[in-house]
Design a protein around this ligand. Structure first.
Ligand code: NAD
Length: 504
């Protein structure tokens, strides 16, 4: 069994990271971090209130001009050092992530931490490649050039499901592009975001460039979004809160803020009748259960063409039954608890309502007899397309399976959702997969796989899943603003175009 870290000792100075050091919050409230596998309190801290957000924004505003003036090469070097430091501290990061989220150490060690290291290395490279059109004479009388400039101070808000990777996805492109940032992680999972900011300073990123305020949405989040000195809001979380954030960003202060929204998902998993059944079954179970189903791209609605439907559901039920729930710190554990008892109860209520509405719970559908916030891997069949379990984001280890007959119907069912974050299609026929890739409305369509992400490629949604991309060069670009510089090259006082205003 891997040892649980001592968060109370690590964060004794406080759980806010402002101007390069840990400090306590000043909201006068109390917030706890709980180990969801045991229910034990692992940290009690004073969360951020508006004054802490003000201090963090002031630190960012003071640090940004200097950091923005650093050369791409200097920023790149610091980000490479950050990648190296996180790799050196991999175990510390992985165990802290497992402690606060209940993720199996196999997942945090094998996915969350290496993904973060790779992202840091990617943005170290991206920092040196600001893209734009070639400078040139697009009008005969002028030279035009593009400057790609930092936005200024970015305010970012992140959810609890992948706290370390979310911190990386928010901080790295912003900082690579020369911005300073104030990140607000979920109040439930602040530990690894604070450690990330600490590592950034150790890597040589100047104090104040990366700040972390840990507090609730209403207390700290809204103040950060509304702050007049924050030029851009980048938000990842639920669609409901995203709408509130968008409204605040549009009306706060003097200007309209740049906005980046990564919201909820309800990913379809479309299995055509010529699919490799074993691959589809394995892909569905892994895709539905990753991170205990608390993944915005998780497979949640499997549509299976009628000839494969029975074999697929039998296969998924059998594989789900093999998944071992247990202590996240036991390397043999496959699946950890949900992030909190509240989330576990929310998931259980979704399944109970589906059952009451006539759906069949083939396997799972209950909280096991374990102390933590566990819920069994659950397969639901017989739910209607317009039922809650098929339409709403459950965010737990639950997969609903529905049959379809024609290819047209399968694609139409996949698109019958307000969301559009991710989807997958399973077939051995290149024309069928090509059609699915073209016609499914989502920011990512996997063909014969579901879940993998990669630093070079963008992650982000269509429709109610938001707009803006995380990871990749597209994300780097979002944290820059483009300036067109147009210079007269004729030296003439009287220009032909003046005739449109007065006679020359
Ligand atoms: P949430 O929307 O409840 O909270 C997200 C963050 O917003 C938290 O830090 C929270 O404190 C903050 N917040 C809450 N109310 C706020 C307010 N009024 N103003 C400002 N900030 C506020 O989401 P969650 O429950 O933490 O996370 C799960 C959700 O995140 C799911 O919907 C999931 O799909 C989504 N998610 C999306 C992506 C993506 O890339 N699209 C990635 C991960 C998670």
């Amino acid at each position: 069994m891997a040892p649980r870290p001592d968060a109370a000792e690590r964060f004794a100075p406080g759980a806010q990271f402002v101007a390069g050091r840990l400090v306590p919050g000043t909201s006068g409230r109390t917030q706890t971090v709980t180990d969801p596998a045991t229910g034990a309190e692992v940290l009690r801290y004073e969360p951020a209130g508006p004054a802490d957000v003000d201090a963090a924004v002031a630190a960012a505003a003071a640090a940004q001009p200097g950091w923005g003036a650093a050369t791409p090469g200097e920023r790149s070097e610091a980000l490479y050092r950050l990648a190296g430091l996180i790799a050196e501290r991999a175990q510390e990061f992985a165990y802290a992530e497992s402690l606060q989220c209940g993720k199996p150490v196999r997942l945090s060690t094998g996915f969350d931490v290496p993904g973060t290291v790779d992202n840091a290395a990617f943005f170290a490279g991206a920092a040196r490649l600001p893209e734009g059109k070639a400078a040139g004479e697009y009008s005969a009388d002028h030279t035009s050039a593009i400057r790609r400039e930092p936005v200024g101070v970015v305010g970012s808000i992140a959810p609890w499901n992948y706290p370390l990777q979310m911190a990386a996805w928010k901080v790295l492109p912003a900082v690579a592009a020369g911005n300073a940032i104030v990140l607000k992680p979920s109040e439930l999972t602040p530990l690894t975001s604070l450690m990330f900011a600490d590592a950034a300073v150790d890597a040589g990123i100047p104090a104040g460039v990366v700040n972390v305020v840990c507090g609730t949405g209403p207390d700290a989040g809204e103040h950060l979004v509304s702050h007049p000195d924050v030029a851009m809001t980048s938000f990842t979380g639920s669609t409901a809160v995203g709408r509130r954030v968008a409204a605040l960003a549009a009306t706060a202060g003097a200007g309209v803020k740049r906005l980046h929204l990564e919201l909820g998902g309800k990913a379809p998993f479309v299995v055509f009748d010529d699919a490799d059944l074993e691959a589809a079954v394995h892909g569905a179970v892994a895709g539905a259960l990753i991170n205990t189903g608390q993944d915005c791209t998780a497979a949640t609605r499997a549509y299976v063409q009628r000839p494969l439907y029975d074999a697929f559901t039998d296969g998924v039920a059998a594989l789900m039954a093999r998944v071992r729930l247990g202590d996240p710190f036991d390397p043999a554990t496959d699946l950890g608890p949900l992030v909190s008892y509240a989330q576990r109860d929310r998931v259980a209520a979704f399944v109970d309502r589906a059952r009451a509405a006539g759906a069949r719970v083939v396997t799972g559908g209950r909280a096991p007899d374990l102390k933590g916030a566990y819920y069994e891997p659950t397969l639901v069949t017989g739910a209607a397309q317009d039922s809650e379990i098929v339409r709403s984001e459950v965010f737990g280890p639950v997969l609903a399976v529905l049959p379809f007959d024609t290819d047209d119907e399968g694609i139409a069912l996949a698109n019958d959702t307000p969301y559009g974050l991710a989807a997958s299609a399973w077939s051995r026929d290149a024309y069928r997969t090509a059609r699915a890739a073209r016609e499914i409305r989502a920011g990512c369509v996997w063909l014969n796989d579901h879940i993998p992400i990669i630093s070079e490629m963008p992650h982000g949604g269509y429709r109610a899943s938001g707009f803006g991309k995380d990871m990749s060069a597209y994300s780097f670009e979002e944290y820059t603003q483009i300036k067109h510089v147009m210079q007269d090259i004729t030296g003439t006082a009287r220009k032909e175009w003046h005739r449109t205003v007065f006679t020359l």
